[in-house]
Design a protein around this ligand. Sequence first.
Ligand SMILES: Cc1ncc(COP(=O)(O)O)c(C=O)c1O
Length: 379
Amino acid sequence: MTDELFGWRNEFPTLDKTVYLISHSLGAMPARAHSYIAEYAETWATRGIRAWEEGWWEMPIKTGDLIGKIIGAGPGEVVMQPNVSVCQSIVLSCFDWNRKRNKIVTDDLNFPSNLYIYRELERTGARVVSVPSPDGIAVPLDRLLAAIDEETQLVSVSHVIFRSSYLQDLAPIVRRAHEVGAKIVADVYHSAGTVPLNVKALGLDFATGGSVKWLCGGPGAGYLYARRDLWPELKPRLTGWVAHKTPFAFDAAAMEYADDAFRFLNGTPAIPALYAARAGYEIVAEVGVERIRAKSMRQTARLIELAQEAGYAVRSPLNPCERGGTVVIDVPRGEEITRELSRRDFLVDYRPGAGIRVGPHFYNTDEELELLMREIEKC
Ligand SMILES: Cc1ncc(COP(=O)(O)O)c(C=O)c1O
């Protein structure tokens, strides 16, 4: 491999032992995450309770700043949460659903966790309108736009669809939502760290994501972006003492929200997960998402070529501009083959109704793509 990103392989020990093509599911662990996790243990052991005022308290925002640099949010505008499901629930809890403007417009290819949360909200008066996908790959933009009307309170879409890797054009969706007075939340989990993204330039009201995939940050480090000028009107019902303006007053009177992004927090943050996640954010920012995208477009195109040569159907967009970082290949006996590949240290995953998902990241070689396809043939 001669590409300029070759040097980064040393930062990811697992690459010496496995053919690691599963960064759309769990990005490889950076070696420096070991030292950050050790730093957490050392801080807890030696600083004890003082650690809160020496950094832990601010960590949900300071860590969010590292993500902000990757997704185009400003300092203090991204707040860490345990996962996307919590982030989405926080967003929904900012609105009243028992009124005429009570529609959530989404699509059938949104991540199921989000859809479960929306459907359950129907118990409180919300109406969910979910636009179907005719091919399981893309959502027709005209049908999505047509579903957004004056009764829509929230539009919810993925930037990159988890099942097919389809890259949605968010700009017209944001425009339409705002035209009718609705807000928009984009789930950017499958784009952040592999597709360039600027939440502010797009005018998104909210963005949610997590760290286990392309950000190589491990579990427990979800994040929420909310447009700053909306903060004064956003009062999440999913809340807690950490979101209070004066949390250490332990005042039993009514909730008073913090003026800054702390207002979106709830209980004690998952500090160890934030230590673990930092390494991945630093590395992705150092490599640069533009460079990651350029390599990803080239490698996913190569994968498609190899899959087609082998006679497999590809269940991801063939146009690289409509494709995120993953290629879904419909291999007969896909589930069984994926298990066998894992036994042989070839790591990919399988989604029912879609196929084997292969997600090369900046640290993968072209040779690994060929090795994988050859191994699939041998299974
Ligand atoms: C697009 C997308 N959104 C949300 C989730 C679920 O996130 P969490 O487990 O952090 O709630 C996933 C998980 O794979 C996902 O792919």
